[in-house]
Every structure is written in C-alpha cells, then in structure tokens.
Design a protein around this ligand. Structure first.
Ligand code: BV8
Ligand code: ZN
Length: 243
C-alpha cells in the first residue's frame, strides 16, 4: 500500500483531523512562497520588513512590502487545494485548519474551522488606539493613518519576535494533540512555533502525512508523504474518500 492509500484509509476511519498549511498551498494561486528563487524574502531581508524593529525604523518600507503582498492577495483566487480543504472540513466531526498564510485564501475558499496563526494581510490596526480596519483596497498613503487618532496603522500580522495570537495558538495546539490524522501541507516547517504543531501531533500518536513536492526539515518524522502539488493531491484525496 503506498502512502496515498495509507493516508486515505487513515482518513476513512478518522473522526478528528487537523491540518497545518504554509505558502506552498497558495503557490498555484500565483502567490510567491518565501524561500527559494523568486521567494518573497528574495531582495528583502526578513529583518528589514517583517519585524517590529523594522517597522519602528522605517514604517514606509515595511508598508511598501505589505502593500505589494495585499495587491498579490487581491488579484489571487483560491485554487483546487484551498477548495478541497474547505470540503474536507465538512467530512469530519472534529476538524481544524491552522494556517501560517496571511493571504486570506482559505477563508475565501469557504474554510470555517480555520485559525490564522500569523495574522491576516486584510487587517490593520492603529498602534495607539488599536482601531482596526479590514479590507484589501489599495492604500493611498503609506503608512496609512488612523481615522480616529491620526497615528499610524500597522498590518495585523505576527512579525518575527512577536507572539502568536493566544486563542488561535491554543486552538491549534489542542487540535494537534487530539488529531488522529494530521496533514502538513505546503510548508518548509522551519518557522516556530507553528512547525512545532506537527511534532505535537506526532508525539500524541497521530498519523502525520506531508503534502509537498519537496522534502522538508521534518519529513523524516512523518508517517508518509504525497510528493505532489497540493492543488493536485488534495482534490485527489477528496475524490478517493468520495469514491
Ligand atoms: C516568536 C507573517 C517569541 C509575516 C511569519 C525555535 C527554533 C528556532 C527559531 C525560533 C524558535 N522559536 C522562535 C524562533 C524564532 C522565529 C523563527 O521561527 N525563526 C525561523 C526563521 C528559524 N519565530 C518567531 O519569531 C515567532 N515568534 O518566537 O515569538 C515570543 C514569545 C512570547 C512573547 C514574545 C515573543 C513568530 C514567527 C512568525 C513570523 N511571521 N509570517 C509575513 O508573512 O510577512 S512567518 C512566514 O514565514 C510565514 O507565515 C511562514 O510561517 C514562514 C514561511 O514558511 P512557509 O509558509 O513554509 O513557506 P516556505 O516558502 O518556507 O516553504 C514553502 C513550501 O511549500 C516548500 O517546502 C515548498 O516545497 C512547498 N511548495 C511549493 N509549491 C507547492 C508546495 N507545496 C505544495 N504544493 C505546491 N504547489
Ligand atoms: Zn488610532
């Protein structure tokens, strides 16, 4: 039995499933991943665009980076991988999708049992009065000013060195601990604590499967792998479950 069949049979008998996704699940929607050639970090040192220190030093540069990402997200559409995960959610009494992606495509694909571990590109908040705005409309001025107190707004994104949203992280950990099957989709599993979720699931005895064309930092620890693009593998898994 190959890994694909073992995964499908594990899902057939499961009632509790959880999924961790990364940039790879949005690659087929035309959104660049982080690492590798043409990756988002190419030409931008993480320290210069995705840390609170960078924002304090040069908020306009940080906003130029995120306005480019907002534009990408605005032009992107969910792909069959996003859609299959939204369908998969309906098949299990207990299901949670934890994403590292800030592009909002899982929500736009219809996923509801979803936590955004690293925030969302659609939201921004005032650094002084915490007033929040949520949209993908082009921003005239960078950094955008708060309509209430005039201070500057920042993206509602978890930057390096910042803690994850407490509730989202707690829900993701709980789901990893109680999952019978855990899917790790389109992530290089190098950023923590998010990558640690797969280790929590494996330690708790879940069948952990990776869906990624390439090996990753945690591959040796998993029960199996589907070495295909997620936009191909996930619809195939759904079809096999419906067969
Ligand atoms: C914190 C938002 C403390 C911003 C992001 C333990 C060990 C080592 C380091 C640390 C550690 N604990 C903490 C750290 C430090 C740091 C960290 O992990 N550093 C790394 C670089 C080593 N972590 C932090 O700073 C975290 N905060 O620790 O706070 C604290 C605690 C309490 C109180 C105060 C402070 C915060 C981390 C979150 C940072 N924000 N995103 C933005 O998006 O701009 S992380 C960002 O990078 C993404 O969200 C994502 O998490 C990560 C990128 O990884 P991936 O998504 O996996 O993308 P990547 O390109 O790497 O890989 C793509 C994969 O897809 C590849 O494997 C490829 O093969 C595959 N693929 C490609 N095409 C497809 C595909 N797969 C399927 N289908 C395809 N078609
Ligand atoms: Zn304000």
């Amino acid at each position: 039995m190959d890994d694909f069949d073992r995964l499908v049979s594990a899902l057939r008998s499961a009632s509790s499933v959880s999924v961790l996704t990364g940039a790879g699940v949005s690659a087929e929607s035309g959104i660049a991943t982080f690492r590798g050639a043409g990756g988002l970090w190419e030409g931008h040192r993480i320290e210069d665009v995705a840390t609170p220190e960078a924002f304090a030093k040069d908020p306009e540069r940080v906003w130029r980076f995120y306005e480019m990402r907002r534009q990408n997200a605005r032009e992107a559409r969910p792909n069959p991988g996003h859609t299959a995960l939204a369908e998969l959610e309906k098949r299990f009494p207990r299901f949670l999708l934890a994403t590292q992606n800030v592009d909002g495509l899982h929500r736009r694909a219809g996923s509801r049992n979803l936590v955004e571990l690293h925030g969302s590109i659609e939201r921004r908040y005032c650094v002084r009065c915490r007033r929040t705005e949520e949209d993908l409309d082009p921003l005239e001025t960078l950094p955008p000013a708060c309509a209430a107190c005039g201070d500057r707004m920042r993206p509602d994104i978890v930057w390096f060195g910042e803690p994850l949203p407490v509730e989202a992280w707690a829900d993701a950990q709980e789901a990893a601990r109680s999952a019978e099957v855990y899917l790790v989709v389109g992530t290089s599993a190098e950023v923590y604590p998010a990558a640690g979720l797969a280790l929590i699931a494996a330690d708790a005895g879940a069948a952990v499967f990776e869906i990624n064309p390439a090996e990753t930092a945690l591959s040796p620890l998993f029960s199996g792998a589907i070495r295909e693009p997620s936009g191909v593998a996930l619809p195939r898994i759904l079809a096999a479950l419906e067969a």
